[in-house]
Design a protein around this ligand. Structure first.
Ligand SMILES: Cc1cc2nc3c(=O)[nH]c(=O)nc-3n(C[C@H](O)[C@H](O)[C@H](O)COP(=O)(O)OP(=O)(O)OC[C@H]3O[C@@H](n4cnc5c(N)ncnc54)[C@H](O)[C@@H]3O)c2cc1C
Length: 528
């Protein structure tokens, strides 16, 4: 295979243009060839002449001679090693593996275990996706929260109601990252996610994709049980013998994959009581900020709208005088701020978008790292106590609704009483108030300094009527469930997995960790 990198074409090029460019680069004349796009990124540094930059793999007869003839640093011969799932286990399982949680980590773990013949049982405390969608919309409309089926909990996990950004910083050494994208495509996602620099799957299609992956897993022998909260783990000589559901039913189990996500606070409490070794972990907290998407497009593309490129996205960071870092996180172009709470009288926000990313506002979390020193109590669950304090304050400030403040009032430490030109794009009821008062002083000050710094890169970022809502507290897990070389916890048969366990941050890296755990189980145990 011949790989060509740095192929630049104007953003309005046709597929034919790309084909012609490849033939010219390789001096192929009329020699027939096929090609596959491996990467597409955007170069918008020259706003008046924006380019797509491609990496393509070309199949053509006599590739060695051709590659040698052109002699170009951006043209090389490659041999891709396909992903391989290990089926080498020899030990016997008495019972099918139990997977707790159907978020990306649990879902992908179960899919690969089912394909390998392990007949996994997936236990999910929330509802199946379509019922869950109704519960979430009821919450956003009437404020009626279902503590087990909401934006954090239910089929597909926290990622289902999201902007579905699929890029990850995790190195893809074993090809698990591409596997994740391939699975999504096989379950109905658009093929472009395989090569886009910033692939994303809006909530409207994610809901269908997770259900299709469930159907595929069931067809391969897996079982899903919803409204099935794991309330206890039962051990004999520090080795798992059963899991308990909903406070009563017991399911015998040799192994259990704990893919419970970052918001399963009651489950973390139970794990602590059961002697599972956990540590407090740093994460980040802050607010979500909204600007007109047209302003962000102008800042990044030099035009208010571009049909080919869609809504522009930004990533900004700043190191404050106090030494703390402030950075944008989970930016949602053409998206919505969402009430992502999961506990009564506590309020947390996050962001989502639909596939079209066509709301009039851009939003992003602006967050500051906090560490165990900042937590109000020692021990593994100190971070949860920190989150709860913030979320209680946010709930009070908004009187149960999402509190919203204009930037000028945030800057002047004043409560907001009226909007400017920008109106909120929020899923859930909202109320004007004083968001800055919710935050620890150092966090609030750092965010202010950050916003002023970001405005130097993105003109208008600090406009008076930009909107700030809060509190963004669920950016990653506040705990790490320690696992050893074999990826097992200190208690036998327990495999901590995904974001909640502290080994992932985001949809793709959580799914990659799910595959990693499935591989580990299949390397140790024989399938059914
Ligand atoms: C609104 C929102 C937007 C986001 N946007 C993005 C984005 O654009 N891109 C991105 O990469 N990431 C995004 N994220 C983060 C991403 O969703 C998570 O990183 C990812 O879902 C973590 O996957 P996971 O499988 O480890 O955990 P989760 O997805 O949290 O899944 C855990 C599952 O376990 C279940 N569970 C918990 N306790 C129990 C129990 N005791 N018994 C049974 N089941 C249980 C839960 O109900 C849940 O379904 C977003 C998150 C939110 C909330």
């Amino acid at each position: 295979m011949i790989r060509i990198t740095q192929l630049k074409l104007s953003i309005d090029h046709t597929p034919k243009d790309l084909e012609r460019k490849i033939a010219r680069q390789l001096r192929l004349g009329n020699t027939p060839f096929t090609f596959e796009i491996k990467k597409q990124s955007l170069d918008a540094r020259r706003k008046e002449d924006k380019k797509f930059v491609y990496t393509v793999d070309v199949s053509v007869k006599d590739e060695q001679r051709i590659a040698k003839k052109v002699n170009d640093n951006n043209i090389m011969l490659i041999k891709e090693k396909p992903y391989e799932f290990p089926l080498t286990g020899t030990e016997t399982l008495q019972h099918p593996p139990v997977v707790v949680g159907s978020g990306p980590a649990g879902l992908f773990c179960a899919w690969y275990l089912a394909k390998a013949g392990f007949c996994p049982i997936v236990l999910e405390r929330g509802e199946e996706a379509d019922k869950r969608q109704q519960s979430v919309e009821r919450f956003w409309r009437d404020g009626v929260l279902d503590p087990d089926s909401n934006v954090q909990f239910g089929e597909g996990g926290a990622g289902t109601f999201s902007d579905g950004k699929l890029n990850t910083l995790v190195k893809d050494t074993f090809g698990r990252g591409q596997e994740v994208l391939r699975r999504f495509v096989e379950a109905g996602a658009p093929e472009e996610i395989l090569y886009q620099q910033k692939p994303h799957l809006g909530t409207d299609i994610l809901v269908d994709i997770v259900q299709e992956m469930r159907r595929q897993t069931e067809a391969m022998g897996g079982t899903f049980r919803f409204r099935s909260k794991v309330t206890d783990l039962l051990f004999e000589n520090s080795t798992l013998r059963a899991v308990q559901i909903n406070g009563k039913e017991e399911i015998p189990a040799d192994i259990c994959v704990l893919a419970v996500g970052h918001s399963a606070r009651d489950t973390f409490q139970m794990l602590k009581q059961r002697g599972i070794y956990m540590e407090p972990k740093s994460f980040a907290v802050g607010v979500r900020m909204e600007h007109p998407q047209s302003m962000i497009n102008m800042d990044l593309y030099g035009e208010e709208a571009n049909e080919i490129l869609g809504a522009a996205s930004y990533k900004v960071t700043h190191t404050c005088k106090n030494g703390r870092g402030v950075y944008s996180f989970c930016m949602c172009p053409g998206g919505y701020v969402v009430n992502a709470s999961s506990e009564p009288e506590m309020l947390a926000v996050n962001g989502m978008s639909y596939q079209a990313r066509d709301s009039k506002n851009a939003n992003s979390a602006l967050i500051v790292t906090v560490s165990p020193e900042d937590f109000p109590e020692e021990g593994p669950l100190g971070g949860i106590a920190f989150q709860r304090d913030l979320e209680r304050a946010a709930w009070k400030t908004g009187q149960g609704k999402v509190p919203v403040q204009l930037f000028k009032d945030y800057r002047e430490n004043k409560e907001s009483t009226s909007l400017g030109e920008i109106t909120p794009c929020i899923k859930g009821e909202w109320k004007l108030g004083d968001v800055r008062s919710i935050l620890p002083k150092e966090v609030g000050d750092s965010i202010l300094e950050g916003i002023l710094a970001f405005a130097r890169k993105l003109p208008g970022f600090d406009r008076d009527d930009a909107l700030i809502s809060g509190v963004e507290s669920r950016t990653s897990s506040p705990v790490r469930i320690v696992r050893n070389q074999e990826l097992e916890s200190n208690m036998g048969g327990i495999y901590p997995c995904g974001e909640g366990a502290g080994y992932a941050g985001g949809i793709t890296s959580a799914a990659m960790d799910g595959i990693k755990i499935a591989e580990t189980i299949s390397k140790k145990y024989r399938n059914f």
